[in-house]
Design a binder for this molecule. Structure first.
Ligand code: GTP
Ligand code: MG
Length: 196
């Protein structure tokens, strides 16, 4: 699948405002600042498809992109942002778990984690929710360029080990939007998800 023609479709303030639950889609989730929007731009080879920011919490809306007709990529708002009130966080967690449970077109979840801080609380919640519903998960250890090759390798092995408790529906890869590390692997997995 060629991701380059991907276009922005719409922003949704909540799950109910998403496009009709038809076709197939992949959701990108992760803590604020994990590199979700950057990863989307890298995968689609576009500089500014998804807005990136040094300020955590930049993506407050659900942004919907279309690769080709009926094949979507969904950029979910980041979680774990300290300045968001607790009530808002709880509401969003509820919406996320509902989305994972009910969305028929959802073929996979890309869960992005900064390679220097993997498996934080909400990351683990999301892994539980997704794997409990039988949704395949690709854990991407982002900003891999921040570590030396030897550290990267050992972190990847540890992260794969840690993923085993969630069953066999979880794959773990490294990724860097800065030097495109892991991009070929990610493309293969996403293409498979969208072509089934
Ligand atoms: P929210 O929308 O706030 O949830 O953040 P996000 O997960 O979309 O993160 P975003 O892609 O905006 O990136 C956050 C910051 O991390 C930016 O300053 C990016 O330049 C930086 N960043 C993203 N990917 C990489 C990477 O692969 N390597 C390095 N070194 N920095 C990265
Ligand atoms: Mg973002």
């Amino acid at each position: 699948l060629n991701f380059q023609p991907t276009k922005f479709i719409t922003s949704a303030a909540n799950i109910r405002q998403l496009p009709d639950d038809a076709g197939v889609e992949i959701a990108f989730a992760g803590r604020s600042n994990a590199g979700k929007s950057s990863a989307l731009n890298t995968i689609t080879r576009q500089k500014a498809l998804a807005r990136t920011s040094k300020t955590p919490g930049r993506t407050q809306l659900i942004n919907v992109f279309e690769v080709t007709e009926g094949k979507r990529l969904i950029d979910l708002p980041g979680y774990g942002y300290a300045k968001v009130p607790l009530a808002v966080k709880e509401k969003w967690n509820l919406a996320l778990s509902e989305y994972l449970q009910k969305r028929q077109s959802l073929r996979g979840l890309v869960l992005l984690m900064d390679i220097r801080h993997p498996y934080r609380d909400t990351d683990q919640d999301l892994l539980h929710w997704a794997t409990d519903c039988g949704i395949p998960v690709l854990v991407l250890l982002t900003k891999a360029d921040k570590l030396k090759p030897s550290q990267r390798k050992s972190t990847l092995l540890q992260a794969r080990e840690a993923a085993l408790v969630f069953g066999d529906g979880v794959q773990v890869e490294m990724f860097s939007s800065h030097n495109k590390l892991g991009l070929p692997q990610v493309e293969v997995i996403l293409s498979n998800w969208l072509n089934t």
